[in-house]
Design a protein around this ligand. Sequence first.
Ligand code: NAD
Length: 259
Amino acid sequence: MSHLPLAGKTGVIFGVANKRSIAWAIAQAWHQAGAKLIFNYQGERVKENVEELAGTFGSDTPIYPCDVGSDEQIAAFFAEVAKRTDRLDLLLHSVAFAPREALTGQFVNTTRQAFATAHDISAYSLVGLTRAALPFMEQNGGSVIAMSYLGAVRVVPHYNVMGVAKAALEASVRYLASDLGTKKIRVNAISAGPMNTLAARGIGGFTEMLKHYEAHAPLRRNVEMAELGATGLFLASDGAAAITGQTLYVDSGFSSMAM
Ligand SMILES: NC(=O)c1ccc[n+]([C@@H]2O[C@H](COP(=O)([O-])OP(=O)(O)OC[C@H]3O[C@@H](n4cnc5c(N)ncnc54)[C@H](O)[C@@H]3O)[C@@H](O)[C@H]2O)c1
């Protein structure tokens, strides 16, 4: 018997755009732990990147298109998954979007449209994806993980509507955990410190955020990608068998500080 913690498990990964994506760090940790993975890609713009990265796990690693703003595309994605497997053990949701103009200036200026888009893509999609994955998970249980940020519970300048959407995401984690617990499906969020990714660069003052964490977090440093991978692996593995409905902070301790 293999001693790899995720041997025999299959996971779907939503949210790889490039090699700096948090989703890619968690995918690498899951892969190294023995899981088989299936990737989405958002559109033709990132297809080649995802193809190349997924290909490093073996040329037959499946990637299928899925824009999470579309119920049809979610259904089509899982129809492709069904051709490969009838069982999923892991689902990573590492997806967020808000119009760039909503991530700078004052929250009070958020438009109805920007508010709706941010919540649709960044929070509702967790519900839609988890529901679509359910038929693949309900026999054997599973682990669903979403990515959040401190802006869900505290005001972070410029994070604005994304913070409100992350609050909805974290609440969705709790409600999903409650619905699915009896099926042994666990649902948790990782609240990460600021990471230098494509999505993060859209947030006004992001570089200052990195410096602020380095200066004020108890560990006096920013988080490393591999550390998010390791937490993703922990939450996916049996060591976390009694953990669900939680938001776990991986932020060098920053969230514990008041001043
Ligand atoms: N980078 C940070 O500082 C940080 C901190 C905490 C949490 N997070 C969260 O981590 C997650 C991943 O972000 P990242 O920082 O790795 O950036 P990223 O840009 O690498 O990943 C964001 C992903 O979201 C996908 N996406 C956006 N709109 C989509 C749509 N309509 N359909 C399908 N996919 C869509 C993009 O294709 C991309 O793969 C997000 O939820 C983000 O909010 C990031």
